[in-house]
Ligand binder design. Structure first.
Ligand code: AMP
Ligand code: ZN
Ligand code: FE
Ligand code: FE
Length: 289
């Protein structure tokens, strides 16, 4: 394997652009990663592959290796589960249909949240549209940006702590496939599924261990353990699971431009793990510089 390697670390495989809820263009995200010294990167916008071409071009022109990726919205009962997917076929019909269904439902959901907020605050759907990239996967961060633009809150973080917090009553979920189905769709498209920030604190919490075992049976490849939102206790449990099943472990920033404090390269994935992802993925290829 080692002889086949044409990429170099450090690697950060979880970055967002304006194609979903990051604040920078795909090329700007790649430039930010490059400035931070990264050599291998992936673009993982929520439920879309629309940034791949621009990101691949920018990354390789700066001498970095690019892995096509996505963060697919999924769920386990009431939990929102984010599934990172790498090197899948972007034209796979089953996966595409599901991505489109999620993106479509996210629009109606965001409109309903905004209508409900609009009863108490001067916020309209037009404000959100003005703060969302054309064709982007819409999410609460865009509503947060509209609230900031209207002067109702100061930052995305404040919006999430207040008006967008589930406890305030404006919150609504969106359609997302059950996580077992999400894993099998990614595998079916030749991709490598890895659970993003699998052990957050608070409401989301970690998936039950028996479900994790079933997901591994379905083809789950690993866990993003080094991520600032994971709890220490959850990381310890997952490291044992990973060890027992010889799974992939990743570390990444989840950079969202100015939308979050996370900086490219604040966590990285080892060369060995990147090599395993590359050798497992059959739906698309890395783009080498
Ligand atoms: P949604 O999928 O529409 O419910 O929105 C979830 C997105 O909001 C995720 O991509 C997070 O990165 C982002 N997010 C969650 N909490 C915060 C926060 N406190 N500040 C900024 N972005 C956040
Ligand atoms: Zn996001
Ligand atoms: Fe996420
Ligand atoms: Fe993310």
């Amino acid at each position: 394997m080692a002889g086949d390697r044409r990429f170099e670390g450090p690697s950060d495989l979880h970055l967002h652009s304006v194609h979903s809820d990051g604040t920078e263009s795909a090329a700007q995200v790649m430039a930010a990663a490059h400035r931070r010294g990264l050599r291998t990167v992936a673009l993982t916008d929520h439920d879309t592959t629309s940034g791949w071409a621009e990101a691949a071009e920018a990354a390789t022109s700066m001498g970095m290796t690019f892995l096509p990726g996505m963060e697919l919205s999924a769920r386990n009962e009431w939990r929102s589960v984010h599934l990172l997917a790498y090197l899948f076929d972007p034209d796979d019909a089953g996966l595409r249909a599901e991505m489109e269904r999620i993106r479509e439902d996210r629009i109606g959901r965001a409109e309903r949240i905004v209508r409900s907020i609009g009863r108490d605050y001067p916020l309209t759907w037009a404000d959100v549209v003005a703060n969302t990239g054309s064709g982007a996967t819409v999410g609460r961060p865009h509503i947060a940006d509209a609230l900031v633009a209207r002067g109702i809150v100061k930052t995305r973080a404040e919006a999430f702590d207040t008006i967008l917090h589930p406890r305030t009553g404006y919150y609504e979920g969106h359609y997302a496939p059950d996580v077992e189905r999400a894993v099998s769709l990614v595998v079916g498209a030749g991709g490598v599924p890895i659970v993003a920030h699998p052990t957050p604190s608070g409401r989301a919490r970690m998936m039950p261990l028996d479900l994790i075992d079933r997901l591994i049976g379905t083809g789950l490849a690993g866990f993003e353990i080094d991520h600032r939102e994971n709890t220490e206790s959850g990381k310890r449990i997952l490291r044992e699971v990973v060890e027992r099943h010889d799974l992939i472990v990743t570390g990444s920033s989840d950079y969202h431009g100015l939308g979050k404090p996370n900086q490219p390269g604040e966590n990285t994935t080892s060369d060995d793990m990147v090599a395993r992802i590359i050798s497992l993925g059959t739906g698309s290829r890395p783009v080498y510089h």
